[in-house]
Design a protein around this ligand. Sequence first.
Ligand code: IMP
Length: 201
Amino acid sequence: MPRPFKEPKLVIASHNPGKVREIGDLLSPFGVEVVSAGDLGLPEPVEDGLTFIANAEIKARTAALASNLPALADDSGLAVDDLGGEPGIYSARWAGPAKDFGIAMKKAEQALENKNNRSAHFACALTLCWPDGHMESFEGHVQGTMVWPPRGDKGFGYDPTFMATGHHITFAEMDPAAKHAISHRAEAFRKLVDACFDPVS
Ligand code: IMP
């Protein structure tokens, strides 16, 4: 049985403003006060796990133990089929120290040159960790295609170069609510809510 979440306050264990905003939006119906790891000045752990879930667990655990509050971490990324799932867990690193996703998207495009299959998916692992170390983890995905050139300015990361299956605009051209309805993060979040949060009345 997953542990129910009953606490009034939660740390979003991320220093990425795009993710903090999206997770904050997703949590807003549940009346939980949220604060980010960045706001609390918590340390950023080394993400040396080999899966999205392993890295989400490292981040959630570090934040929960350092803050003595429950913490929710997201580890996510883009996996391109014909690149053997790259950039995958290294999605952030492809953008380099300047976190320049123009560079990361160009790198993916160059690697895709001469490939016929542009299929890709975003994956998101969410881990909720309590200060006693108990963890619950969930994963979500969204399938799509890599587009070039990048389009749109509403999202973050690789959004301008990703078009979800069945759509004709990129994630960065979608209104945030439309992205939230279908995204990898939304699917992982639905699983988390079903397992750990009381139904919203
Ligand atoms: P990490 O989970 O902090 O290691 O970083 C994952 C990276 O994957 C982010 O910095 C983004 O570049 C990328 N990523 C994850 N989710 C999304 C998304 O919803 N849109 C665009 N890029 C994403």
